[in-house]
Design a protein around this ligand. Structure first.
Ligand SMILES: *[C@@H]1O[C@H](CO)[C@@H](O)[C@H](O)[C@H]1NC(C)=O
Length: 370
């Protein structure tokens, strides 16, 4: 009896704390490719954030270093030096995953156990189902994937890591919460080890999306996703509130509101030991902008007003960097040309449209479905 109690006490004491950190795109704010030194500066800033200790995990969107065919992204070397844990990501939409898988294998061969001991999981894709949905298409969000093709990609990645140092890493997928609750996507839930959950109450303009109701919208999305998840673990892979930019319905972008959302949502996730990667430490010059720090990497979050011009680039230049490109470095791929989309959109009608490329992307996305 005493032994059982001791065992219980020990297992509680050694329960693993959750991973927490930020999302990291593959390019800098000016559109240049992030290299190791850039990732190092980001990871060091995250670790030193005042009032937010322990932000020592990084979610990536691609395995491929910008400007190469399938060389490992240099974030890995920075992470090994900074002992930053990694939620690896493969970009699966719009061009096949062969080079992503090759870069994953190259990373395993090159970094071995140094990499393996930092890897929290591997996400196959990011918001592909959302981009393939009517809302994503209406928002010109770029090419997505249907659930069957996504399941094939997940299986291909599982086969690629089997028997390697990453053979026991959980393999999952990241998507918006309403893609997970869409029963037509249930084959993806069956195929994954974890569910990467993206949610932005800011964009939920058909609900009361004022900052005062944001935490309850977040909790409701989590609850609905849990009901769909069939017991699979849910990791919060993206959430955040913009520090600047236009309003969406009752949602106002501001530093105080972004801080309030952080205090209420991020901090409660941290307290509940739920793996969380916030969006985002430093944003590219976007409007709205979600960066908790401004154009200067500072360890004081929610302190610097972020404006497009504060980045030292003109709005016309900023418009040439799409969020997809920011995340993956695929600036040269025609299908990644600028859309007017931001992240995690829910209500296309309420958001800015008008990119001349949007129609082309939407047509392409429709062609995939048909
Ligand atoms: C539900 O998912 C299917 C398959 O991904 C997609 O075709 C459909 O458009 C989605 N429905 C909504 C309302 O998003």
């Amino acid at each position: 009896m005493q032994l059982n109690l001791l065992a219980l006490a020990l297992s509680v004491a050694t329960a693993e704390a959750a991973y927490k950190g930020f999302n990291y795109g593959a390019t800098n704010g000016d559109g240049s490719t992030r290299v190791k030194a850039d990732f190092t500066a980001q990871f060091q800033t995250a670790k030193g954030l005042v009032g937010a200790p322990g932000m020592t995990s990084a979610r990536l969107y691609t395995m491929i270093q910008g400007g190469t065919t399938n060389s490992p992204i240099e974030a890995i070397e920075a992470a090994i030096e900074e002992q930053t844990t990694l939620l690896l990501g493969l970009w699966t939409s719009g061009g096949g995953i062969d080079n992503e898988i090759a870069a994953l294998k190259n990373s395993i061969n090159q970094y071995g156990d140094d990499l393996a001991k930092l890897v929290v999981g591997i996400s196959v894709g990011s918001e592909d189902l959302y981009r393939n949905s009517p809302t994503g298409i209406k928002a010109h969000s770029g090419p997505g994937m249907n659930p069957d093709d996504l399941v094939s990609a997940i299986k291909a990645v599982k086969a690629a890591v089997a028997g390697t140092s990453l053979g026991s890493s959980p393999i999952g997928h990241v998507d918006t919460w309403n893609a997970w609750t869409n029963s037509s996507n249930s084959a993806v839930i069956d195929a994954v080890d974890f569910i990467g959950f993206d949610t932005y109450p800011f964009y939920q303009t058909t609900d009361d999306n004022s900052i005062d109701n944001a935490k309850s919208l977040f909790d409701e999305a989590m609850q609905k996703t849990k009901q769909a998840a069939g017991g699979k673990p849910i990791w919060v892979t993206e959430s955040g509130w913009p520090v600047s930019g236009p309003s969406e319905g009752a949602a106002v972008a501001s530093i105080p509101n972004a801080k309030k959302f952080w205090d209420q949502v991020a901090c409660s996730l941290f307290d509940s030991d739920i793996n969380t990667w916030w969006y985002i430490l430093q944003d590219y010059p976007a409007s709205p902008s979600f960066g908790v720090v401004g154009q200067q990497l500072t360890t004081k979050p929610f302190s610097t007003p972020v404006t497009k011009t504060a980045w030292g680039v003109s709005p016309s230049v900023t418009g040439s960097v799409s969020r997809s490109a920011f995340r993956t470095s695929m600036t040269s791929t025609p299908l990644q040309l600028p859309s007017a989309s931001a992240v995690g959109q829910f209500n296309a009608a309420a958001r800015p449209t008008g990119s001349i490329f949007g129609a082309v992307i939407a047509a392409f996305a429709l062609a995939i479905i048909v």
